[in-house]
Design a protein around this ligand. Sequence first.
Ligand SMILES: NC(=O)C1=CN([C@@H]2O[C@H](COP(=O)(O)OP(=O)(O)OC[C@H]3O[C@@H](n4cnc5c(N)ncnc54)[C@H](O)[C@@H]3O)[C@@H](O)[C@H]2O)[C@@H](O)CC1
Ligand SMILES: [K+]
Length: 215
Amino acid sequence: MEITVDQMYQIENKGHDMGFLKKFMMENAGAASVRRLVDKLGNIESKNIVIFVGLGNNGGDGLVMARHLAGYGAKVTVVLLGTFEKIKTEESNWNWSILEKMTSVKLMTGNSFNFHFTPDVIVDAILGTGISGEIKEPYASAINFINQTDCFKFAVDVPSGLDPQTGETANICTKCDMTVTFHKMKQGIPKRKDLTGELFVEKIGIPPEAEEGIL
Ligand SMILES: NC(=O)C1=CN([C@@H]2O[C@H](COP(=O)(O)OP(=O)(O)OC[C@H]3O[C@@H](n4cnc5c(N)ncnc54)[C@H](O)[C@@H]3O)[C@@H](O)[C@H]2O)[C@@H](O)CC1
Ligand SMILES: [K+]
């Protein structure tokens, strides 16, 4: 079953109000994404993984992935597309502050993408269901950088630049090898397999009762 982005936000908020906090949803989303990535790539120990992180909860999912990937022994670099004071949500801030205590994850901010290594994997945790309008900087430069690399690309929830409701793309969009979306498929995502690559839906523990009156 495919649902609308608006329904997704309503379900998310109802789950949160039931006590299954967005922080828990984010944890499960990040964990499920890493499991899919490890299933796909096999041993990721000491692989160079760069995670581009936006300032919303799509970015938050990427921060959770960074922590889990460090646990698998991957060499993880997080590029926050902004400054940490600009992180918009409590859930993302919570996960950022955990990473600040982890020497096993390298944190970068701003929009300098000159890595002195070649990434094996890039994770696109820039934009998700909160996308609106033309992609502004520094997200645009990050998306262009991602598209000119030839490593494995993984999109969190939706390739950044693709509107998960309509399936339309903004001025630019990441073109990925794999996408994991959460809870239920959003109507616009399956329309663009050319951008999503292999597409998966992962349950993230939202109580089915959170859908009552919405679906
Ligand atoms: N729906 C759910 O049940 C869950 C959602 N989660 C994640 O939360 C995401 C939605 O989070 P948010 O609502 O914070 O939204 P996003 O994280 O998708 O993006 C919002 C941020 O991007 C900025 N932005 C929007 N359009 C832009 C543009 N064109 N150019 C530049 N910046 C732009 C906004 O100012 C905002 O800061 C989902 O995609 C998913 O990844 C997960 O945490 C798991 C639970
Ligand atoms: K994304």
